[in-house]
Design a protein around this ligand. Sequence first.
Ligand SMILES: NC(=O)C1=CN([C@@H]2O[C@H](COP(=O)(O)OP(=O)(O)OC[C@H]3O[C@@H](n4cnc5c(N)ncnc54)[C@H](O)[C@@H]3O)[C@@H](O)[C@H]2O)C=CC1
Ligand SMILES: CC(C)CC(=O)C(=O)O
Ligand SMILES: [Mg+2]
Length: 359
Amino acid sequence: MSEVKKIAVISGDGIGPEVVAEAEKVLKRTEELFGYSFETEHALFGGIAIDQLGTPLPQNTLDICKKADAVLLGAVGGPKWDNNPSDLRPETGLLGIRKELGLFSNLRPAVVFDCLKDASTLKPEVLEGTDLMVVRELTGGIYFGEKFRRQSPNGEEAVDTCSYNVMEVERIVRQAFEIAQKRRKKLASVDKANVLETSRLWREVVNRVAADYPDVELEHVLVDNCAMQLLRRPSSFDVIVTENMFGDILSDEAAMLTGSIGMLSSASMGEGSYGLFEPVHGSAPDIAGQGIANPIATILSLALMFRLTFNYADAADSIEAAVSEVLNAGHRTSDIAVDKSKAISTSQMGDLILAAMKK
Ligand SMILES: NC(=O)C1=CN([C@@H]2O[C@H](COP(=O)(O)OP(=O)(O)OC[C@H]3O[C@@H](n4cnc5c(N)ncnc54)[C@H](O)[C@@H]3O)[C@@H](O)[C@H]2O)C=CC1
Ligand SMILES: CC(C)CC(=O)C(=O)O
Ligand SMILES: [Mg+2]
């Protein structure tokens, strides 16, 4: 019997509990198939924690996450809580948990499954071979900068500040170079260095660090151009490294190359193997409670956990192969279905994936 691994499970709000339930079924199947042992502990976070405990990020939740080897998260937020400004302050909510757990690096792979090319609005020949990884800085930049309101001669004024220091840029850029070395050895660093001082510092650091990775081909791309090139030549990208807000936006854009944001997994990492694994999407209040959300992003996030935290490549391979097999067989949740009348439910998709898993 292998060592018991502890996983903190945070279902969250909206479709969070629906998609996490499917990932937990896959976790159980992994134990049966591979003999690995997991101990899960559930914790409250987000809107549900505000309702039950009066705060989005209770200390007990943080303690459970810190005691665990990894965290599996669904999604948090929704219209009921989104106007509560304290939820979006860096010390609370999603930003707070990332900072508290030291997760400065958010890896967001976007892989186009051949059989899903029909679910994208782009032409199949443009999508051909698309397999990219957005490496997004996660605990700095404008989301974490000082924010305030003040009076101006033209009425109330709102201020968000963006700052980055060399250490924050260097650690994420080094990770991105190292990831590129293990992939197709191409790195696109995305910034807005023609305008922003933080981007000028970013570019200086990237150019200096690049000398340590001569085998990686580096290009600098301005973020507005990158948004366009992602749709024009997606397959030419391998690894994209960028700051927090640009990465947030570009990875949602990359989701549409894959057909749906319901397909995009992510890993939030620090220096070691500890990580928080969650789908890129949010709580999708528009479809919550209907049992129609796509659970693949969350299930693939679990596969990322197996690969990056536990080094269980066999289990990760098995999940990824099962997802391919199920999609190749034509099964679709409604977000990726061309014929919506044939779409299957969240739990049917989960059941098909675990049935397709092989040792
Ligand atoms: N990591 C997290 O927990 C995140 C939370 N949020 C929060 O989620 C709430 C909703 O945000 P939105 O801007 O609507 O973004 P969203 O990602 O929740 O939804 C955007 C669109 O994608 C669809 N969608 C998302 N996930 C899907 C899935 N698995 N299957 C099928 N369709 C899916 C939704 O139905 C919606 O039409 C907000 O409160 C926001 O703050 C947003 C992004 C990340
Ligand atoms: C609070 C936001 C930064 C969440 C989000 O959109 C994300 O991390 O993708
Ligand atoms: Mg986002």
